[in-house]
Design a protein around this ligand. Sequence first.
Ligand code: PRT
Ligand code: ZN
Length: 195
Amino acid sequence: MQSKITIAIQRKGRLYENSKNLLIKSGINFSANGERLLARSSNMNIDILLVRDDDIPSLVSKGVADLGIVGQNVLAEQAAANNKITAKPLLKLGFSKCKLAFAKPLNSKLRSLKNKNIATSYPALVKKYLIKNSITAEVIKINGSVELTPYIGIADCICDLVSSGATLEANNLVEFKSLMDSEAVLISPVTLNKI
Ligand code: PRT
Ligand code: ZN
């Protein structure tokens, strides 16, 4: 009998529908209704773990899951922050496309990041970018509502995910530099031994 394969996907959020549909289209029958955290495929020896997207890189790195679906942004941030994250992207999946970009208030005279306060949920990626470009600046980690920080006086600019641009526009912010493009990727542990 084929050994069991475990796949980690987001339980709810922007990645969930496309991740679930991709697995179903691949022929894996499972039902992920309700609050269940583990779904067993009815036609293959596959378990689906339904988790927070932030937990997917470490579940895959540790080999708890053989495969995972996560945004490149989350994988890159965790890899930049923690050298124990050793999951590798196998395939770009073409959904949940966005970019991680710097943005400033429309009326800001900011011309460079030098000595600025930057609010972000991606501190490791922003710090890596600053080091690579020899820029000294302060990085402030914020978990949500990053777009608000310039207006409450705690940041000169932000670095956040942008897809349609509507959130920046609604908050009178304008993008001035893109740090990375992102989309959902299929990831595996660096040593693949079951598949
Ligand atoms: O609960 P869990 O931890 O699993 O989910 P989450 O709340 O951390 O993530 P979720 O579901 O919001 O997003 C999951 C993934 O979707 C992200 O890690 C990205 O890879 C991808 N993605 C694609 C986005 C966006 N587009 C996006 N636009 N994630 C977030 N946004 C947010 C952004 O932070 C900003 O607040 O949407 C706003 C901007 O959107 P626009 O369209 O107005 O530009
Ligand atoms: Zn998350």
